[in-house]
Design a protein around this ligand. Structure first.
Ligand SMILES: Nc1ncnc2c1ncn2[C@@H]1O[C@H](COP(=O)(O)OP(=O)(O)O)[C@@H](O)[C@H]1O
Ligand SMILES: Cc1cn([C@H]2C[C@H](O)[C@@H](COP(=O)(O)OP(=O)(O)O)O2)c(=O)[nH]c1=O
Length: 222
C-alpha cells in the first residue's frame, strides 16, 4: 500500500475515510464494509462528518445560511474536534475507524461557494492523513439519478448539475491529496452493487492487516 502511514503502528488501529459525490453510496457502502470487517474479527467504529458533536451539529444547521470561507471554517473546526475527541481515541484503542466524509469532502463541497482550493487545503492541512482514503466515483448521470431518488439533503445537492460539478471537483481534490501523500483508492460505483464495492475495499484493507501482522524479524543474537 502506501509508504506514508501516520498510523503505521499496528496498536493504533486503522483510519479509513470514504468520500464521493452525494448519492454515490458512501453511507450504504460503509455499512456493508463495517459488517465485512467485523466478520473478519476486526473491531470497527463507524463515524461521519459533519460529526454528531456540538460543532458538527452547528456546521450542518448553518449550511443553509452561512456560506464560503466561514462555512469552510465551521466544517474544519468540527473535523479537528472530531479527530481529537472521537477518531484518535478509537484508533488508540486499536480499532478500525470508518469515517463517512472527511477532508476530501471539504476540498469539494466548499467549492460550490467558490472558496479558493488553496485556502481549503491550508484549513485542512493539519488533519490526520487516513491510512486509506476511499473516493467513490461514477458517471454523473448515474449519481444524479440516485440522488434524485434519495432526495437532496441541502442546498449544495439542489444546485443544478451538482453531480457533474462534484465529479469535476473530486478529480482535482484527488490530485491534491495524492500530492500530499494520501493513499487514495478510487472506485467506480457503476461497477457493482454496494456489497461488491465494500468487498473491494475490504480486500485492500486485508492486505494492510496481512502486512502489519507479520512478525518482526528476530533480533540478532549477541
Ligand atoms: N452500488 C450501488 N448500486 C446501486 N444503488 C446504490 C449503490 N450504493 C448506494 N445505492 C443507493 O443509492 C442511494 C444513495 O446512497 P447513500 O448511501 O445514501 O449515498 P451517499 O451516502 O453517498 O450520499 C441509496 O438509495 C442507496 O440505496
Ligand atoms: C464533511 C463535510 C460535509 N459537507 C456537507 C456535504 C453534505 O452536503 C453534508 C452532509 O450531509 P449528509 O446528509 O450527511 O451527506 P450525504 O448527502 O452524503 O448523505 O455536509 C461539507 O460541505 N463540507 C465538509 O467538510
Amino acid at each position: 500500500m502506501t509508504q506514508l502511514r501516520p498510523f503505521s503502528d499496528h496498536r493504533r488501529g486503522l483510519f479509513v475515510s470514504i468520500d464521493g459525490p452525494s448519492g454515490a453510496g458512501k453511507s450504504t457502502i460503509v455499512a456493508h464494509l463495517s459488517q465485512l470487517l467485523v466478520a473478519e474479527g476486526e473491531h470497527v467504529y463507524t463515524t461521519a462528518e459533519p460529526s454528531n458533536g456540538v460543532l458538527g451539529k452547528i456546521a450542518r444547521e448553518m449550511t443553509e445560511t452561512v456560506t464560503g470561507a466561514a462555512l469552510a471554517c465551521l466544517y474544519s473546526a468540527d473535523r479537528y474536534h472530531h479527530l481529537e475527541t472521537e477518531i484518535q481515541p478509537h484508533l488508540d484503542a486499536g480499532e478500525v475507524v470508518l469515517c463517512d466524509r472527511y477532508v476530501p469532502s471539504a476540498l469539494v463541497m466548499q467549492r460550490f461557494d467558490g472558496v479558493d482550493p488553496v485556502f481549503l487545503w491550508s484549513l485542512n492541512a493539519l488533519a490526520d492523513r487516513p491510512d486509506l482514503a476511499v473516493v467513490l466515483e461514477g458517471a454523473p448521470e448515474l449519481i444524479a439519478a440516485r440522488l434524485a431518488e434519495r432526495g437532496a439533503h441541502n442546498r449544495f445537492q439542489l444546485t443544478p448539475r451538482s453531480s457533474h460539478a462534484e465529479a469535476h471537483f473530486y478529480r482535482q481534490a484527488c490530485d491534491r491529496l495524492i500530492q500530499a501523500g494520501y493513499d487514495v483508492l478510487r472506485i467506480d460505483v457503476g461497477t457493482g452493487n454496494a456489497h461488491q464495492i465494500a468487498v473491494t475495499i475490504k480486500n485492500r484493507l486485508m492486505e494492510f492487516f496481512a502486512v502489519s501482522n507479520e512478525l518482526p524479524p528476530k533480533a540478532a543474537a549477541w
